[in-house]
Design a protein around this ligand. Structure first.
Ligand SMILES: NC(=O)C1=CN([C@@H]2O[C@H](COP(=O)(O)OP(=O)(O)OC[C@H]3O[C@@H](n4cnc5c(N)ncnc54)[C@H](O)[C@@H]3O)[C@@H](O)[C@H]2O)C=CC1
Ligand SMILES: O=C(O)[C@@H]1CCC=N1
Length: 267
């Protein structure tokens, strides 16, 4: 399949990297990128075609991937070419619903929304997908293969689930990185050398994630196995419970989901 990315930032670069490593021909990938520096970097890195505006013939692409910020969409769609009905449009733009996309694309219905995350950069991402009923099985398989190139894929049954997916796995890496930053600061406070604190946090998070992936036990059970009665972990968990840490984290995810719903109205 030939793919035109509109926006060549973080997520587009991650997707292109994944596709290339899965054997997608570079001649079948093109990007529209308005930032000259980013455009030059994309061209130099992969030798792919880079346009400064969306070409009327879409550069011959059968699939168009929208990968710009929600706040940049209204302007883009204001002068977007009319898509042939068979063109598959995939949007990774947070908050932009299929009904708003369809309206902005003059009634185009061959639409799939995708919500990947930044671990896609190392092909360890996870993506939620939602397709309109008009999208053929063949096109669903195409978009699934594209997102599978950067990690695992889950189909949503209702579009409203996209707000939860965005809040959970789309934004989620930032919650984990925030935890890591905080633990590194705690290591400094405990007078560990900075480099050692950094390495301990990285390896601990990697090990805990791998253990959770390899075990059938739920995280709650894995946590209990770390927590000796009257021990160090129990002392730490008591402080987290007193600070209503779980409640705060759930509120944070709710806030992200609410923001995803609000982004539908962003201009
Ligand atoms: N960063 C993340 O963790 C995730 C982001 N997303 C979504 O992916 C989309 C892109 O995010 P990023 O790649 O992080 O943003 P980014 O800012 O890295 O990339 C956007 C790119 O689009 C370019 N651009 C802006 N207007 C343009 C136009 N009219 N035509 C062509 N290029 C244009 C910008 O110069 C920039 O290079 C956003 O809508 C975001 O909601 C989805 C999942 C995760
Ligand atoms: O923060 C955002 O809006 C985007 C969507 C998911 C991750 N980043």
């Amino acid at each position: 399949m030939s793919i035109l990315f509109v926006g060549g930032g973080n997520m587009a670069a991650a997707l292109i990297g994944g596709l290339v490593s899965h054997g997608q021909a570079l001649s079948d990938i093109a990007v529209v990128e308005v930032n000259e520096v980013t455009a030059a970097q994309l061209g130099a890195r992969w030798g792919i075609r880079v346009y400064s505006t969306v070409p009327a013939d879409l550069g011959g692409a059968s699939t168009v991937v929208l990968a710009i910020k929600p706040q940049q969409m209204t302007e883009l769609l204001g002068h977007f070419p009319t898509l042939p009905g068979a063109t598959l449009l995939v949007s990774i733009v947070a908050g932009w619903t299929t009904s708003r996309l369809c309206a902005g694309l003059k009634g185009h219905l061959n639409l799939v929304r995708a919500m990947p995350n930044t671990p896609a950069l190392i092909q360890a991402g996870v993506t939620g997908l939602f397709a309109l009923p008009e999208v053929s099985e063949e096109d669903r398989a195409r978009v699934q293969a594209m997102m599978h190139a950067v990690g695992s894929v889950h189909w949503l049954t209702k579009e409203s689930q996209m707000d939860a997916v965005t809040a959970l796995s789309g934004s989620g890496p930032a919650y984990v990185f925030y935890l890591m930053e905080t633990l590194q600061q705690a290591a400094l406070d405990l007078e560990l050398p900075a480099e050692m604190g950094h390495a301990l946090v990285l390896e601990m998070v990697r090990g805990a994630a791998l253990l959770a992936c390899s075990e059938k036990d739920a995280p709650a059970r894995l946590r209990q196995r770390v927590t000796s009665p009257g021990g160090t972990t129990a002392a730490a968990l008591r402080v987290l419970e007193e600070g209503a840490w779980a409640q705060v984290l759930k509120q944070a995810v709710q806030a992200a989901a609410q923001r995803s719903r609000e982004l539908e109205d962003v201009v």
